[in-house]
Design a protein. Structure first.
Length: 141
């Protein structure tokens, strides 16, 4: 039995939320991935936002994405550019943006995202993630 088969069996027993984590900093991505996994989420980490968009375009994720967590400053494509492109095909997907720049929030105006600033405690990140997923389940925008 492959690892993917095991995951599919596990998800058949219980609905598992799938988090797409986008951060060009491998250390920060690994840290957040560990926090999310320990909290019971299935995490797909991508270090390049353009690659993540390509995967959405080609429906190339192993499971449907429940929520996206993205960094703001990344080489080649900012978080705002990524969200703007993603919203063309995924207008209702919950998105949590994390940035070290308070003033970057204005770049996400009208994009229906939750914006948090660093430093960010694991508890605060998980509380916001949970709230966004609950709001999505209830159909509240």
């Amino acid at each position: 039995m492959t690892e993917r088969d095991k995951i599919q069996i596990k998800t058949a027993e219980k609905t598992m939320e799938v988090v797409l984590l986008i951060d060009d900093n491998a250390i920060q991505a690994a840290t957040r991935q560990t926090i999310l996994k320990r909290a019971g989420y299935f995490v797909i980490a991508v270090l390049n936002p353009a690659r993540a968009l390509e995967q959405f375009k080609n429906d190339d994720f192993p499971f449907p994405i429940s929520i996206v967590i993205t960094d703001h400053i990344m080489p080649g494509m900012s978080g705002a550019e990524f969200v703007r492109e993603l919203r063309k095909t995924q207008p209702d997907l919950p998105i949590l943006v994390i940035s070290g720049l308070d003033d970057a929030e204005c770049e996400y105006a009208g994009m229906n995202v939750r914006f948090l600033t660093k430093p960010l405690s694991p508890d605060l990140m998980l509380a916001n993630l949970h709230e966004l997923l609950q709001t999505e389940e209830l159909g509240v925008a």
